[in-house]
Design a protein around this ligand. Structure first.
Ligand code: SF4
Length: 337
């Protein structure tokens, strides 16, 4: 009997699995659920290369879910700085507290899904990788692989129910966790969005997209969303080599993160002269942040942060770039004078 595509992929994984700090080698007992869960949350919208050193640092600082639960929220947000999508960090902390209070992670996707910040994909990934439950963990990479394998040329948003059904049908119950990780590796390294390496793929003989000669054409392209544009103003208030920083409100974008003070972001550009302007793309809108000088003393709760220690403030990328741009502009002005 010819080998099933799932078996071919597992054999390929046994020989080629990527060594990652949150993963044990194929066939060995699974990594502890804390590390599996943490890696899955960190990897949402963030690349493996970026996550690797941050993951190591995180588990060194908080080696167990109980240790993370006991950490002050500000320390967790600070450790997360630069990884983006800060609601993840808030949910991560809330989830750790809930898990620590109940004595451990639920062992099923249904149980995991009830925890803060754990959606369908993360629940399925943790249940299959840490506990061996045979639930299909289907993220964007897996959707692409399955769509190509079956020659689905509709956009993923339209074909999603079919893709999920097909993924569930091929998911082996005996090595569910290894299979989840094998599909992740295939999607990341071989069945890439652009220029898939079909010549190296263990599924080539079974793949409809490969047989068509244009594998990249599968699945169909998604409709382009037009993101609205906003403007923000960030006040530069400086005294004795320090600038005034505030903590953003807990709820909303960059909630709980360190920031330059300023009014709410709006659709109209601020009228004051900008020292520097940085552009940033969020999921649902783009932003131009105008850094403007303000001589008035701070009227908000915050703290003076020395410019020499600005890297220790736990600033998210947007504000770190804004400060960098303002300092660069000042240097350029000084050079020109
Ligand atoms: S053969 Fe090519 S398109 Fe098909 S699954 Fe493999 S890498 Fe993807």
């Amino acid at each position: 009997m010819p080998a099933r595509p799932a078996d071919k992929l597992l054999s390929h994984y046994d020989a080629n699995a990527r060594a990652l700090p949150w993963r044990n080698p194929p066939g060995s007992p699974p990594m502890d659920p804390y590390r599996v869960w943490l890696s899955e949350v960190m990897l949402q919208q963030t690349t493996v290369a970026t996550v690797k050193p941050r993951f190591r640092r995180f588990v060194e600082r908080w080696p167990t879910v109980e240790a993370l639960a006991a950490a002050p929220a500000e320390d967790v947000m600070q450790e997360w700085a630069g990884l983006g999508y800060y609601a993840r960090a808030r949910n991560l902390h809330a989830c750790a507290k809930s898990v620590a209070a109940t004595g451990g992670f639920p062992r099923t996707a249904d149980g995991l899904r009830k925890l803060p910040g754990i959606g369908d994909y993360t629940a399925a990934a943790v249940a299959s990788i840490a506990f061996g439950e045979g639930t299909a963990a289907v993220d964007t990479n897996v959707e692409r692989v399955i769509a190509r394998l079956h020659g689905i040329d509709r956009p993923v948003a339209e074909a999603r129910p079919d893709i999920r059904r097909l993924a569930a049908a091929m998911w082996p119950r005996d090595r569910a966790g290894d299979f989840a990780q094998a599909l992740m590796d295939l999607g990341a390294t071989i069945c890439r969005p652009k220029a898939p390496l079909c010549g190296e793929c263990p599924l080539a003989a079974d793949c409809v997209a490969f047989a068509s000669g244009t594998p990249e054409a599968f699945p169909g392209p998604k409709a382009k969303a037009i993101r609205p544009h906003r403007h923000g103003e960030a006040w530069w208030i400086e005294r004795d080599g320090a600038i005034w920083l505030v903590r953003r409100p807990e709820k909303g974008i960059l909630g709980g993160m360190a920031a330059l003070p300023g009014p709410e972001w709006a659709t109209a550009a601020p009228t004051g002269r900008a020292i520097a302007i940085v552009s940033h793309g969020f999921t649902h809108f783009t932003l131009d942040l105008h850094v403007t000088h303000r001589a008035a003393p701070p009227d908000s709760e915050g703290w003076w942060q020395g410019l020499a220690t600005i890297s220790e403030a736990g600033l998210p990328t947007l504000y770190a770039r804004a400060i960098e741009a303002a300092l660069a502009a000042r240097e350029a002005r000084a050079d020109a004078a």
